[in-house]
Design a protein. Structure first.
Length: 487
């Protein structure tokens, strides 16, 4: 038995450990979907997979509680697949290796998947527990939340039955989320004809920038963490202008909602300048370490000689792409005027893939205001249009407007105060939650999001705070028991 299965509450940690043993990276969910279907059948509840790949559970009310308002519990099944450079983990086939480090549960060399595995584990615990008191229950475990909320967007407007939605995808215990930002994916592409390299006079080098913290582009975009793509662009502008370097390929970032922590570029340049570019890289590394002092502690910036490629980018294409990437907005654009501590609008220069006569740049823009969301999209589109790139927008979802008069919010705050002797904190998040999409299909739902504490989701330092899971479970059970009567 793995050591985390002995943690309290054992029901949640047992189910969470089981989830870590089933591969579930976004886009590859067949195994976890079948696992959840099998689990529902063993638990003796109604379970099915809808056309969007979501798993739905239905559990009848406890005897005598049939007149209570129906609750829908909601979480997402997929996880962000990030691993350390030295890890050989295959997210499509290998289990996650969780372990206890003091007061935290972490994973060895990968993301942990507590986002949103702990929420799914709590739903599983509710479904299998025959002793809980509750009204009619539905549970929705959505597919591919991390890559575009595809499961929530594909949800039918007649699948769910209930009056209250409890989203279990928040990361700060004691905080109750009643609103979140909307988002949209912006993809800029350019096809071009590359040209031959000059192996007689030039050499090739691979430049690698890594060791950054990365992070969740909604929760941590305001912390000033380094974006590997932006940092690499600054270095490239320097060596392209001064040392006549030419770009062969560029790969940075791998998830639209994760701040990129690594970027790699292959360059050609005159053989006589190989030693010089290594010195330039050392100088930039020193600059970056100084700029990000107190924020980034593991910056690595290396150059190694590689085999000479046959093709490289034409100068004009290279210059246009570099200019667009440098000019592209990244980070916080504006805070919410009425909540100045909360980010209103931001963008994350998430992915750059340039190779094989094609450039693809992917950005996730977020805002709690629809007009500002489109404002930043227009900014990004204008930037890349000037470089001759085609810009496409996809996966748009609206913001979740706060309802401070929510009945379920006030019940949760009351239960929290009675159980733990503290006042709960009401919060609006910049991170996108599926609540807004679900509300678009079920506008009458009363919605709150809460969960145990997690840190650094979407990174290899993701961790769950053990001591917050037990009170989270207590509050969830108590709320199910005290849900009001349906009038």
């Amino acid at each position: 038995m793995n050591e985390i299965q002995n943690l309290n509450p054992q029901c949640i940690w047992k189910n969470f450990y089981a989830l870590t043993q089933v591969p579930r990276p976004s886009g590859h969910l067949e195994k976890i979907q079948q696992f959840l279907l099998d689990f529902g059948q063993k638990a003796g509840v109604e379970v099915f997979k809808d056309e969007a790949g979501n798993i739905v559970f239905r559990k009848p009310a406890s005897p005598g509680m049939e007149n209570r308002k129906g609750i829908i519990l909601q979480a997402h099944m997929d996880m962000v697949p990030q691993k350390t450079p030295e890890s050989t983990h295959n997210f499509e086939t290998d289990p996650i290796e969780p372990w206890i480090d003091g007061e935290w549960v972490k994973a060895k060399g990968t993301t942990l998947g507590a986002d949103n595995g702990l929420g799914v584990a709590a739903i599983m615990s509710v479904m299998e527990d025959k002793t809980l008191k509750h009204g009619p229950l539905n549970a929705l475990i959505t597919a591919d939340e991390e890559t575009g909320m595809f499961g929530a967007n594909g949800l039918d407007d007649e699948t769910l039955q209930g009056d209250i939605l409890l989203n279990l995808d928040s990361e700060h215990w004691g905080k109750f989320v009643i609103g979140s930002a909307g988002g949209i994916d912006v993809t800029a592409t350019l096809e071009f004809k590359d040209e031959e390299t000059n192996p007689e006079e030039d050499a090739a080098v691979k430049v690698t920038l890594k060791g950054l913290r990365g992070g969740h582009s909604g929760l941590e975009i305001h912390e000033g963490r380094g974006n590997a793509n932006k940092m690499m662009a600054r270095f490239l502008r320097d060596v392209v202008e001064i040392d006549y370097a030419r770009i062969v390929s560029w790969h940075g970032g791998n998830m639209r909602n994760a701040i990129p922590f690594k970027s790699e570029v292959v360059l050609t340049l005159p053989k006589r300048l190989v030693d010089a570019i290594k010195q330039v890289a050392d100088d930039w590394r020193a600059d970056f370490i100084d700029e990000y002092k107190g924020i980034e502690s593991g910056i690595e910036f290396t150059i190694e000689e590689v085999e000479m490629p046959k093709r490289q980018l034409p100068v004009e294409i290279q210059d246009n792409l570099l200019s667009a990437i440098l000019a592209c907005h990244d980070g916080v654009l504006r805070m919410i005027p009425s909540y100045p501590s909360v980010v209103e609008t931001s963008s994350n220069l998430a992915i750059i893939d340039i190779e094989g006569e094609k450039a693809v740049i992917k950005i996730l823009a977020r805002s709690s205001r629809e007009d500002m969301k489109m404002c930043i999209v227009d900014m990004l589109e204008a930037c890349f249009n000037m470089a001759g790139m085609k810009v496409e927008k996809s996966g748009s979802y609206g913001g979740w407007d706060p309802n401070p008069d929510s009945e379920i919010l006030h019940l949760l705050l009351k239960e929290y105060k009675e159980l733990f002797g503290k006042e709960g904190i009401i919060q609006v998040d910049h991170a996108g939650l599926e609540c807004s999409v679900i509300l678009g299909k079920y506008p009458w739902l009363d919605v709150v999001s809460f969960g145990p504490t997690m840190k650094s989701p979407h990174t290899t330092t993701e961790r769950a705070l053990i001591k917050t899971v037990e009170p989270f479970w207590q509050l969830l059970k108590k709320t199910l028991e005290d849900v009001p009567v349906k009038e």
